[in-house]
Design a protein around this ligand. Structure first.
Ligand SMILES: C[S@@+](CC[C@H](N)C(=O)[O-])C[C@H]1O[C@@H](n2cnc3c(N)ncnc32)[C@H](O)[C@@H]1O
Length: 361
């Protein structure tokens, strides 16, 4: 028997009214969800505590009287700006069609999320942008990365989590995306030019994965991160793949000049635009005319973002006063940093994971 997704959606729009049929459908739908979910779905169900996210989002929505507004005008095609106007919340807090972010979901464990509605209310529903004044900082007394630097246990967990988390998940290193930007000429290699600097690269796991995926691409790699992270890197394993671990604060002058690629995965989504700009601003003067900044991040689609993307967005907001970005937001950030956005290759449709390539203007 084949049941199409369209048939299930039709059923969702007109569910039975009979209580027994509803209960049976509910239980069957749960079984179906478990049967078809992918690894990221499982992660969101298990770790992101969706109930708490939904609660924080729904509570804030309720505080803003948005439910009443929608109920009073059920036929109106509401736009984010309209909702911003009637609720008094900054529209940037309410994007993400087809619904709106606050109407759906909100992480960093229940403790932080439970404080989100009050936190947003206190700010007058302004988009949080300062990590030192993030919800995480309010709950924990310091920003998420300050906490990392002061708490070796937490740093060790983060180090391992980052290295393991996406090992079996889709990656751009599957051969479908050109590696032209990483290719060093013979002269480059003779001159000892660095092929890739993995900025904020944690354990250097992406450099290891890169060597396995592209053994033909020669050249030195450098992984930069906070000293607390770099100190945990196995130096022998690193040197075996021509990888140099380097403690470096990415808000300061980039010491590796003219690398072929400056690579950042899951780094810029930890920071609001002003800080993200400062990180890119350190890279621009270090670039040679043929260098590229290769960013591996989510690109939120203009409409129809699934709940995982919205959860991630609210997670970044509550844990770091940061965000996931749309193409338009990526473009603006990159152009402000003196580069142009040359390519966006989406390599996983579900998570909208993409390789974004920026080159000098
Ligand atoms: C979300 S993790 C991403 C790690 C890795 N790129 C990956 O994709 O798995 C962000 C990384 O940025 C690092 N980081 C935070 N602040 C930093 C700073 N000021 N300078 C350098 N690295 C920093 C963190 O220690 C962490 O390893």
């Amino acid at each position: 028997m084949t049941v199409t997704a369209a048939a299930l959606r039709a059923l969702a729009e007109h569910p039975p009214t009979d209580a027994t049929a509803r209960r049976e459908l509910y239980s069957a739908a749960q079984a179906l969800m478990f049967a078809v979910e992918g690894p990221m779905d499982t992660e969101f169900r298990m770790f992101f505590v969706m109930q708490a996210q939904a609660w924080a989002a729904a509570r804030t929505t309720s505080d803003l009287n948005i439910f009443e507004t929608l109920a009073a005008n059920p036929d109106k095609a509401w736009k984010v700006d309209d909702l911003g106007e009637v609720s008094g919340a900054e529209p940037a807090l309410l994007p993400a069609s087809p619904s709106f972010k606050l109407g759906l979901k909100a992480h960093e464990g229940g403790k932080t999320l439970l404080s989100l509605p009050g936190f947003l209310a206190e700010s007058g529903y302004r988009t949080p942008v300062d990590p030192s004044k993030s919800l995480f900082a309010k709950v924990h007394g310091m920003s998420i990365f300050e906490k990392l630097e002061q708490d070796p246990q937490r740093a060790a967990l983060m180090f391992e989590f980052m290295a393991e988390h996406r090992k079996k998940l889709p990656t751009w290193m599957n051969g479908s995306i050109s590696t032209k930007d990483f290719q060093l000429s013979d002269d480059d290699q003779t001159a000892g030019r660095v092929m890739m600097v993995d900025v904020g690269g944690g354990a250097g796991h992406q450099c290891h994965a890169f060597r396995v995926a592209f053994p033909q691409l020669k050249g030195k790699m450098v992984v930069q991160d906070l000293a607390v992270m770099v100190d945990m890197i196995d130096k022998r394993q690193a040197s075996a793949i021509e990888l140099e671990p380097m403690a470096h604060d990415f808000f300061t002058t980039q010491p590796i000049k003219h690398a072929k690629v400056y690579h950042l995965r899951n780094v810029l989504h930890d920071w609001a635009d002003e800080s993200a700009f400062k990180i890119l601003e350190q890279l621009r003067p270090a670039m040679a005319p043929d260098s590229a900044v290769v960013i591996d991040e989510i690109v939120i689609p203009p409409t129809g973002a699934n709940h995982k993307l919205l959860d991630y967005d609210l997670t970044m907001m509550s844990s770091a006063s940061a965000l996931e970005r749309t193409e338009k937001q990526w473009r603006a950030l990159i152009e402000r940093s003196g580069m142009k956005l040359r390519d966006i290759w989406i390599y996983d449709v579900d998570m909208q994971w993409a390789l974004i390539v920026a080159v000098p203007n």
